[in-house]
Design a protein around this ligand. Structure first.
Ligand code: NAP
Length: 311
């Protein structure tokens, strides 16, 4: 198959990056994906030299210092400073080396904490951020705006940003200390089945709603956007456009794993916000929707958990 050109992928060893590398459409590109050891994105000189040497046709920026609430609250300086530095260095090195196509990955933490659902792209910078990950969000906003300003100053430069909703999938982290909701549910229900337990506890009443997309679907969107960057909006949510209750996530995981026990709700535990859902109008107008059903996405993630993650 004809190659589209050379693609420099940052964060190739992370969950998002690995899903991009194993997607069939990645074969259309000659992909260069340095690890942080091979290229530390916080080192501006090294990034300038690397990009000038590699001369990519397109850069996909999927690297970042990523962590949960506790890590964000414990290390706000690192989350703000390192992510700002990585974003600034790779965007400016690319622009100054004459790279005309750049795809930046942001996050829904950029939305104001009180923004109404569904979250639409023009709500960014209209209100206060969630304080627990403010530094990380500010860094993402800086990179996003930098890409938009470059596009505004230079019509030939296609510097675009995708804002993915929450993700889960292959290459996720399943250790309960670091895992997000879906891998944590998979691990919990798997243990209940293995240990012959009849009940699994859910915090709260389980009616809070969350939007989780399969990471393989984000990879699909990223690679389609890479091949069609001229038609992509400068800023676009990448999500399902619908959500599921916590109870529905637990039940689907139980169906996939084949565990037949009961869920018990601990109403004394915190549940967080009632809903967080992305608007997908721009995504629909661009012509993409997430192809994998929740059941299939959980099945593939569970297969990964059983066959690869626990080895
Ligand atoms: N996961 C989600 O639910 C989610 C949702 C929305 C948006 N996103 C965005 O997607 C991107 C990737 O997330 P992820 O879940 O794949 O994170 P991840 O699994 O933690 O991977 C982070 C990646 O960043 C690289 N990295 C970290 N510091 C670096 C440095 N100084 N220089 C070069 N590379 C560095 C790591 O490389 P090494 O392993 O080599 O150190 C790793 O490849 C992030 O921007 C994140 O905000 C993720």
């Amino acid at each position: 198959m004809a190659k589209n050109g050379r693609l420099l992928l940052t964060g190739g060893s992370g969950m998002v990056g690995r899903n991009i590398l194993e997607h069939p459409l990645s074969a259309e590109w000659d992909i260069v994906a340095p690890t942080s050891r091979e290229l530390d994105l916080t080192d501006a000189n090294a990034v300038n030299e690397y990009v000038a040497e590699v001369q990519p046709d397109l850069v996909v920026h999927a690297a970042g210092q990523v962590g949960g609430i506790q890590a964000n609250m414990a290390h706000p300086v690192a989350f703000l400073e390192r992510n700002t530095s990585m974003g600034r260095n790779i965007i400016m090195a690319s622009y100054q080396s004459g790279v005309q196509k750049f795809l930046n990955l942001a996050s829904t933490c950029m939305y104001p904490r009180a923004a109404p659902n569904p979250l639409s792209e023009d709500m960014i910078l209209t209100g206060e951020l969630e304080p627990t990950n403010e530094g990380y969000a500010l860094a993402k906003i800086m990179a996003t705006r930098l890409c938009q300003y470059i596009g505004r100053e230079d019509e030939a430069a296609q510097y675009k940003t995708l804002i993915p909703c929450n993700l889960f999938g292959r290459h996720d982290k399943f250790d309960p200390k670091h895992s997000h909701l879906l891998p944590a549910i998979i691990h919990k229900v798997h243990l209940a089945k293995t240990n012959g337990e009849d009940t699994v506890e859910i915090w709260g009443d389980g009616t809070a709603r969350r939007e989780f997309m399969y990471a393989g679907d984000l990879a699909d969107a990223v690679l389609k956007a890479s091949g069609d960057i001229d038609n992509l909006p400068d800023l676009m949510n990448t999500g399902l456009g619908h959500d599921f209750s916590i109870n529905e996530y637990y039940q689907t995981v139980a169906d996939v794993i084949g565990w037949k026990g009961d869920f018990v709700h601990d109403l004394s535990k915190p549940v967080g916000m009632k809903q967080k859902l992305c608007a997908t109008d721009r995504q629909s107008a661009w012509g993409w929707s997430a192809p994998t059903t929740l059941h299939d996405a959980i099945q593939r993630t569970y297969d990964f958990y059983l066959n690869e993650a626990t080895k």
